[in-house]
Design a binder for this molecule. Structure first.
Ligand SMILES: C[S@@+](CC[C@H](N)C(=O)[O-])C[C@H]1O[C@@H](n2cnc3c(N)ncnc32)[C@H](O)[C@@H]1O
Length: 284
């Protein structure tokens, strides 16, 4: 079979299995297998695949048909133009979270602090902390996660992107990993924000493959925002800010939680689909 024939056949199979964007998913799997940029497949449509390549592709397509996320199969996800190692211990970084990283490095690049400092609460793969460190080369970051396996992945990503000297990883329960001397210009967080009993309703790729500890935000999904609103202020420098990501339809509840703890909500930002997704607040 040629590259083009196999793309068509596999796409049809994934479509029947209800996988979104089946052609793109097939092309990405094949490009990964052949170690080619996806666009190069188009120059190789007439190439005949070796039997070993066909077998290997079949195995990858079967995994995707069973709804294993593409990023788990190929072992990485692109985030702010950086390839991040991912596995079952970390949330697959989402495109909307790139906006959080971008707001972070824009703010840290604009302030007069030497060095600018940032806390990433719930770092997972380390994607936000590493992207900020890569784009804002003077920043020093503390990145915290309760999962030792996630911290191991984040450390590898920091090494790959040459920021180990500026990102310090701490494993433990949120603010308990900090001490009174830790003060930051910016706290960023994409915490778990799904209500516990909603997790069963999520698509298989998320429900079965993202770690539960990265999703579960407690009974109403808002536990981590309460915690951030109560505890984060003590770790901000004067003039510091917090920028957080949240889920659909959570803007009002989260604004209320922060306002009740004497924060001033400065701005709410939309994601690429024009949904309210990020909030920046200052502490008085
Ligand atoms: C939604 S994921 C975000 C991961 C990554 N920052 C991203 O945006 O892709 C939330 C992360 O918070 C971590 N987490 C959950 N509870 C925590 C806690 N009590 N203290 C620190 N991290 C926690 C989870 O292990 C998970 O890695």
């Amino acid at each position: 079979m040629t590259v083009l024939e196999v793309i068509k056949k596999s796409s049809e199979f994934l479509a029947k299995k209800g996988v979104d964007s089946p052609r793109l998913q097939t092309e990405l799997l094949l490009a990964h297998l052949l170690k080619l940029p996806r666009m190069k497949l188009y120059l190789n449509f007439e190439r005949t695949l070796l039997p070993t390549e066909l077998d290997a592709l079949r195995a990858l397509v079967m995994r995707r048909a069973q709804r294993e996320p593409l990023q788990h199969i190929i072992g990485s996800a692109s985030f702010c133009g950086l390839e991040m190692l991912v596995n079952k211990h970390v949330l697959v970084p989402r495109p909307e979270t790139e906006l959080l990283a971008e707001l972070g490095w824009q703010f840290l690049s604009s302030i007069n602090s030497h060095p600018p400092t940032c806390l990433d609460f719930g770092t997972g793969s380390g994607c936000i902390a590493i992207a900020i460190a890569a784009k804002c080369p003077t920043t020093r970051i503390v990145a915290v996660d309760i999962s030792p396996e996630a911290i191991a992945v984040a450390r590898q990503n920091a090494a790959t992107h040459h920021v180990v000297d500026r990102v310090e990883f701490r494993c433990g329960d949120g603010f308990t990993t900090l001490n009174g001397a830790d003060k930051f210009d910016l706290i960023v967080s994409n915490p778990p924000y799904i209500a516990s009993d909603e997790i069963a309703t999520l698509e298989t790729e998320v429900r079965e493959y993202d770690p539960r500890g990265a999703l579960d935000g407690g009974a109403d999904g808002l536990d981590f925002y309460r915690r951030l609103a109560t505890e984060a202020g003590a770790f901000l420098k004067p003039g510091g800010k917090i920028t957080i990501e949240f889920g659909d339809d959570q803007t009002k509840e989260i604004s209320d939680i922060f306002t009740a703890e004497r924060w001033t909500v400065e701005s709410v930002h939309l994601d690429y689909t024009k949904r309210e997704r990020l909030l920046t607040a200052t502490c008085s």
